[in-house]
Each structure stands twice: as C-alpha cells, then as structure tokens.
Ligand binder design. Sequence first.
Ligand code: PRP
Ligand code: URA
Length: 209
Amino acid sequence: MSKFTVIDHPLIQHKLRILRDKNTSTKDFRELVDEIAALMAYEVSRDMQLEDVEIQTPIAKTTVKQLSGKKVAVVPILRAGLGMVDGVVKLIPAARIGHIGMYRDEKTLEPHEYFVKLPEDIDKREVILVDPMLATGGSAKDAIAALKKRGAKTIKLMVLVAAPEGVKAVQAAFGDVDIFAAALDDHLNENGYIVPGLGDAGDRLFGTK
Ligand code: PRP
Ligand code: URA
C-alpha cells in the first residue's frame, strides 16, 4: 500500500489555521495556499536522488552533491490546484507544468475531465499532482488515471486537506502513489464537503462566491 504522510510542521499548521477561517480574505487565502505549497514541497522532495560531483570552490577542489534523479513535472488539478503551482515551482524552478481540468458534479459528486495537457516527456518525470482538497478521492483518482494513461510512472499526490474517505479510495486504487497532506480531517458531510475542512477551495481561491 502507498504511504500517507501528514506534514505537521508548525508553520504549515499555523498557516492552515488561518486558511480554514471563514473570515480569511481571498487575497490572504491565495497567499497562504502558495506558502503552504512551498513548505510542503520541501518535504515532498525529501527523497530526491543525489549524486557526487567534483567542483572547484575559490579555495579548493571538493566533492559535493547535486540532484541526479528524474526531472519533475508539477500537475495541478484545475481549478483549485493552480493555487499550489507557484509555491512548488519556487523550490523546483526547472519543473515543467502540466494541467488536468476536472470538476466535480455538485449532485452526484462524480468528477468530469475537461482538459489534459502534459509535458511530452511525462513518462520520464516525477509527477507532483497538486490539489488543495482530497474529498471522495474521485477527482484525484481520475487525474492519476489520466496521468498513467499518458505514460507517467512516478506520481506523488500533494493536498492540503484530506478526508479519510479520499485517502482510502486513492490508496485502494493506486498502491504506488504516495499521498502528502497538511491535515487529515474528520469526515465528509452529506454534500461531499470535508469536515471541518475549509469550504470550497476553488471559490475561496478565485473569489467566485
Ligand atoms: C474540488 C477540489 C478537488 C475536488 C475534490 O474541485 O479542488 O479537485 O473538488 O473532491 P473529490 O475528492 O470528491 O473529487 P471542484 O470540483 O470543486 O472544482 P474547482 O477546483 O474548479 O473548484
Ligand atoms: N472540494 C472542495 O473544494 N472542498 C471540499 O470540502 C470538498 C471538495
């Protein structure tokens, strides 16, 4: 089974507290999502491979480490995942960016794919799939399937708030996709919203409601 990790760094937890508050403005919400994504990227990239390389400093020759593993693609699930892209790219500036458009039908909660555009060499890249919310897991599962169909082999899922139902669903479907979250919440309500959650991430991020 894949790993599920809650990144409970104090800075992340503090910023998440402000994010959850219904009185937080769109401007602050957007900035906080960006900051939390950057902090999480630091942990999500912890197992990146390194190799030895010899360099010359102004003083002496020395052997130091540099990244040697797969290159990275950051793939947001639209819309809300867009808010996490810049934060990750601040830490991994050479990353390529793909997009998967997916919306959840408000009644059936079923995800609908409307757009997929990925880097051509997605099969050679480590994919960090980003979305603030993992609720039923339907959107994440379909996005992972869309990535795999196009050749992606190494995929990590990074979310801000996860519901136990979503974690279970993704783990059951994909034993090879590790999941990272800033929080594991209690449950889903009858409308498929995470409780206590933070509400509708897309609407809060873009100010559409
Ligand atoms: C939200 C969220 C996830 C999805 C999670 O997107 O950003 O993509 O719901 O729910 P699930 O785990 O039950 O599939 P939404 O469909 O509201 O679209 P948006 O990002 O365009 O607002
Ligand atoms: N999508 C959201 O934006 N929020 C939730 O709580 C669940 C799905």
